[in-house]
Design a protein around this ligand. Structure first.
Ligand SMILES: Cc1ncc(COP(=O)(O)O)c(C=O)c1O
Length: 437
């Protein structure tokens, strides 16, 4: 039987090969990781942990899960790892369930400042509905405002402080977070989902000496399958020797049933790949590419939040043109063959749905083998796209915005200048494999 799904997969492969992916939270997996994801491992039920399952027939699965755990422990130099959380948000939920009671206070960077929804966003997330969220922000240089972190921590005495980001272009100072967490007796958790690969590659300081536990998704700079890891440090186990066991319990029976065993195998392979010297080269190139792209963009008078980057991502601030231009620029970039995402900027003057920025990053294109010369080209194409659409200002009247965006999209789809850039993008991108190593 030939299912249309296979045609669609081929089309998606073509899209990935021909276009330029700038979403900083995405990556491509190696052929080895991709191969295990379609294996029969996904058929097996394995509720429980190695040696303690509720189902028989897990002799091989136990070995796979133990390998994933052991490889992560050795890669990060930590005494405990759990690889069963189905993704990053469930993994963060498990950490809350292991360390806090509903109603306890949790602190994290606000979404608008580059934090993640699961770090205590009010109302719409579990972290803001079942816990008492306190959110810190940025200073006038777009860096985390540690004076504010300290004063909020002293005032609210949070049970948990999250140090982690999803749209923040600078290095995280885990030692400073530790000082503050110690002053108020809070658990300190690093969510390094975005920067795991940089940490392993030595391109970002490691949180391991400073924090009690670490959460990371496995599909971003780590280059594994979509999943998550929770690590507990020596320091965390010293404070509570049961911390690992409590995290295990928070995953199952607390939040989930059985693990996704094919994903576990993929995490084990990605951990082995990340331990190879080539991974360091990859992480270094991600950083180099980000620096080159940032300075090429700024040379073209494009404003970046905080005037640059110290990691794998950049935030383009479009407010010098108009507020709420992110939707138009992101769409036009996609028409021109470069997919990214619209994003709020610090002190967003418009709205999260119609934000004024674009978030871009180098993990995907570096995996494809692109280097400095391609970064300059991409920056130039982005600058051209902004020039083409910068006069398409979002209406101030909210009711008119939906209609405006629909009409803008129609125009952009047929815009000859954008389609000419798309041809140039395809000519360059199609020369690179999806996974170069
Ligand atoms: C810092 C951070 N934490 C958690 C998550 C949630 O991961 P998932 O989408 O796998 O639930 C993300 C995803 O973007 C993230 O950036």
């Amino acid at each position: 039987m030939s299912d249309i799904i296979f045609d669609l997969i081929e089309q998606e492969d073509e899209r990935l090969k021909n276009l330029i992916g700038l979403i900083p939270s995405e990556n491509h997996t190696s052929p080895q990781v991709s191969a295990v994801l379609s294996s029969h491992l996904s058929s097996k039920y394995s509720e429980g942990y190695p040696g303690r399952r509720y189902y028989e027939g897990n002799q091989i699965i136990d070995q796979i899960e133990n390998l994933a755990i052991d490889r992560l422990k050795s890669l990060f130099g930590v005494p405990f790892a759990n690889v069963q959380a189905h993704s990053g948000s469930p993994a963060n939920s498990a950490i809350y369930f292991a360390l806090a009671e509903p109603g306890d206070t949790v602190m994290g960077l606000s979404l608008a400042a580059g934090g993640h929804l699961t770090h205590g966003h009010p109302r719409v997330t579990f972290s803001g509905r079942y816990f008492n969220p306190v959110q810190y922000g940025l200073d006038s240089n777009a860096r985390i405002d540690f004076d504010q972190v300290r004063s909020l921590a002293k005032e609210h005495k949070p049970k948990i402080i999250y140090a982690g980001t999803t749209a923040y272009p600078f290095v995280l100072d885990f030692a400073k977070f530790r000082e503050i967490a110690d002053e108020v007796g809070a658990w300190l958790i690093a969510d390094i989902s975005h920067i795991t690969g940089l940490v392993i590659g030595g391109e970002h300081p490691s949180p391991v000496p400073h924090v009690d536990a670490i959460m990371s998704t496995t599909h971003k700079t780590f280059r594994g399958p979509r999943g998550a890891m929770i690590l507990v440090t020596e320091r965390g186990l010293e404070r509570d020797p049961k911390l690992g066991a409590n995290i295990d319990k928070a995953i199952i029976p607390g939040l989930q049933g059985g693990p996704h065993n094919a994903i576990t195998a993929g995490i084990a392979i990605a951990a082995a790949e990340a331990a190879e010297p080539e991974f360091k080269t990859y992480a270094a190139q991600v950083r180099k590419n980000a620096d080159v792209m940032a300075s090429a963009l700024m040379k073209r008078d494009i404003k970046l939040v905080g005037d640059g980057t110290e990691n794998h991502l950049m935030l383009i601030d479009l407010t010098n043109h108009s507020d709420g231009l992110g939707t138009q620029v992101a769409y036009a970039m996609d028409v021109a063959g470069m997919y990214a995402n619209r994003n709020t900027v610090p002190d967003e003057p418009c709205s999260p749905f119609y934000p004024s920025g674009i978030r871009i990053g180098t993990p995907l294109i570096t995996t494809r083998g692109m280097k400095e010369a391609e970064m300059v080209k991409i920056a130039d194409w982005i600058a051209q796209v902004i020039d083409i659409v910068k006069e398409h200002k979002l209406p101030e009247e909210r009711k008119e915005r939906g209609k405006f965006v629909a009409a803008f999209r129609k125009q952009a789809d047929a815009n000859e200048q954008l389609l000419t850039i798309r041809k140039e993008v395809i000519a360059t991108a199609s020369q690179f494999p999806i996974f170069a190593g």
